[in-house]
Design a protein around this ligand. Structure first.
Ligand SMILES: *Cc1c(COP(=O)(O)O)cnc(C)c1O
Length: 230
């Protein structure tokens, strides 16, 4: 993709974000734009940084490590958003600032143990399975409270919020219903964990519904970079 096309995509996306913030009475500055750069080369991330983006999301540890190294000269914030296998926790603990996909206490414990002392605590969102059988990923809503207590108690992690990937649909009412479910879970957990400030929800096709339901962080891939490679 050319840099001009990338610039156009980002301008269009920013307009979508601004318009939905206005429509749903949200402050645009309360919604962080996370650019999902999985499968995209380091050069595309560099070009997106030149367009003003600085938070990037990756789903595959090995692929991400190479890019994080290649882009170490830029002040970027890296978010791990993919499935988290227990043999990959060390690389995540050492290289990322955020993880959105914590769904088990065991992984949380490993991340805390492996987080280098010289780095700030790892910022954690728990992934919640709000779509039931449509998805295997995420902690079940009725187990979220125990997991939140565990994450909050770990010294090298900071519990920041919740993330979900609802079943894909173009039905806006269904999108909003799923996101509203995550928001209710968030509000309920926040009574015990008032430091939670992040609702990671909304992707390219459903960011309007997510913003309507209170998203504070949208994870956007294809609307920025175009179709994924490979
Ligand atoms: C790939 C991915 C995204 C981005 O999806 P788009 O539809 O390309 O915007 C967001 N969140 C997660 C967890 C992803 O894996």
């Amino acid at each position: 993709m050319t840099d001009t096309l990338l610039e156009n995509h980002i301008a269009k996306l920013r307009l979508r974000l601004r318009q939905s913030a206005q429509k749903y009475d949200r402050a645009e500055s309360d919604i962080l734009l996370l650019a999902v750069s999985k499968t995209q080369p380091a050069a595309a991330i560099r070009a997106a940084y030149a367009c003003g983006l600085s938070h990037f999301g990756e789903s595959y540890v090995q692929e991400a490590s190479a890019k994080i190294e290649a882009l170490a000269d830029l002040p970027l914030t890296w978010h791990f958003i993919g499935p988290l296998q227990s043999n990959k926790t060390r690389a995540v603990a050492e290289q990322f600032h955020w993880v959105h996909s914590v769904e088990r206490e065991k992984t949380a414990r490993r991340l805390s143990e492996q987080r280098p002392q010289e780095l700030a605590p790892l910022q954690v969102c728990m992934q919640v399975n709000i779509s039931g059988e449509h998805s295997k990923s995420g902690v079940a809503p009725d187990a979220a409270s125990d997991l939140a207590a565990a994450v909050a108690s770990l010294p090298r992690l900071t519990l920041r919020g919740l993330m979900a990937i609802p079943a894909a649909t173009d039905d806006v009412a269904a999108q909003r219903e799923a996101f509203a479910g995550l928001r209710r879970e968030f509000e309920s957990l926040r009574r015990h964990h008032p430091q939670m400030d992040t609702l990671s929800m909304g992707m390219s096709r459903d960011l309007e519904a997510a913003i309507a339901e209170g998203s504070t962080l949208v994870r956007i891939g294809t609307a920025i970079f175009g179709p994924r490679r490979g």
